[in-house]
Design a protein around this ligand. Structure first.
Ligand SMILES: *Cc1c(COP(=O)(O)O)cnc(C)c1O
Length: 365
């Protein structure tokens, strides 16, 4: 990224001089890398400021392209707030939106989607992997259903991108959102994959101006951010299989140590169909905020989602699994990543068990 902050100062939209062309070439190389990562054509990759913007553009853009005719959308109650709030917005403007439930392990049954289709259903939007409990949804099945009924299929793949294989062709995905900072890239850059053939997905832009990104998203491109996103993608894909296997082993070890040390501890989400780096558990007899505070100097963990600023709301995802309020308040999420070592996992497990015993003995939690 560094050369594009300093020496390579050209604007990717200025084509006449070589400075602009250098920046443009870097952006187009990045577009190629990101397209390949999801088996998409580079021209179908639109750069944005992050997944929140991508999701807003996809949902609002598709609805606004549909005009005044009735339009029905299907999504899931456990989606990220960027998706849920975008649907809430278009619902206030006249869209019909169905929010499907998940089972006790957080998985959507594709038969539910089939059962809720209407003649004017326009799009189904289901996240690839959940940000709180890590569960992975059956994209292939839902994509096949959408193909059969000629409905657009969108997936918020922000958690899955770079960690699991994604293929917009075989999964029949028309719209896909991802973000650089979830794979160790820079903050403030993302993509929206928007298929522009067989049939093209019509989107009305949210940001108008110079017509950048084929008219989908105007504004001077964040060249260093885009270059960084592509590099982060390359690194993530190169190590994906070995790294995910390593994380899964560490995550399972952490779970076993916690289970041994904390009677009553329970896993939230499907035991197998989930991301390797996620562990979300409910601990009876404690309040998560107390545990998180007690651990803060030593272990960074979180209650529910990091993405809502009003962190006091109990997790909508855990409630959707059917957990009672006490279980939701006793739930903690641990994330394991590239820098996590076995020694750290052992240390964290000991610290967590000790603090839970403390809190339980105080009876305060
Ligand atoms: C982080 C996240 C987002 C938002 O991404 P930003 O790039 O931070 O806007 C959207 N969806 C999911 C599933 C996420 O995990």
């Amino acid at each position: 990224m560094l050369p594009y902050f300093t020496g390579q100062f050209g604007n990717a939209a200025s084509q006449i001089h070589s400075f602009g062309r250098n920046a443009r070439d870097a952006v187009e190389a990045a577009r190629e890398t990101l397209g390949q990562a999801i088996h998409a054509r580079p021209q179908d990759i639109c750069f944005t400021s992050g997944a929140t913007e991508s999701v807003n553009l996809a949902i609002k853009g598709l609805f606004h392209a549909g005009g005044k005719v009735p339009q029905h959308f299907i999504t899931v109650v456990t989606e990220h707030p960027a998706v849920l709030d975008s649907f809430r917005r278009i619902a206030s403007e006249g869209a019909e939106v169905t929010y499907l439930p998940v089972d006790a392990q957080g998985i959507l049954d594709p038969r539910l989607v089939a059962g809720h289709l209407r003649p004017h259903t326009k799009m189904v939007s289901v996240m690839a992997a959940n940000n709180e409990i890590g569960v992975r949804q059956p994209l292939d099945e839902i994509g096949a259903l959408c193909r059969k009924h000629n409905i657009f299929f969108m997936t918020d793949a922000t958690q899955a991108f770079g960690k699991t294989a994604l293929n917009v062709q075989s999964s029949n995905i028309h719209l896909l959102a991802a973000s650089a900072h979830k794979i160790y890239g820079p903050k403030g850059v993302g993509i929206l994959y928007c298929r522009r053939s067989r049939p093209p997905v019509p989107l009305v832009p949210i940001i108008d101006g110079g017509g950048h990104e084929r008219g989908l998203r105007s504004g001077t491109l964040n060249v260093p951010g885009i270059v960084g996103f592509a590099k982060a993608t390359e690194l993530a894909l190169a190590e994906m299989n070995t790294e995910q296997a390593r994380l899964q082993e560490l995550r399972d070890a952490l779970f076993e140590m916690l289970q041994r040390g904390i009677p009553g501890l329970r896993l939230n989400g499907h035991p197998e169909k989930r991301l390797a780096g996620n562990l979300n558990v409910s601990i009876p007899g404690i309040v998560n905020e107390s545990l998180i505070l007690a651990l803060a100097a030593d272990v960074a963990c979180s209650s529910g989602s990091a993405c809502t600023t009003a962190a006091v709301d109990p997790s909508h995802v855990l409630k959707a699994l059917g957990l009672g309020l006490a279980e939701v308040h006793g739930s903690v999420r641990f994330g394991l990543g590239r820098t996590t070592t076995r020694a750290e996992v052992q240390h964290a497990a000991q610290a967590i068990v000790k603090q839970v015993q403390n809190l339980r003995s105080q009876g305060a939690g």
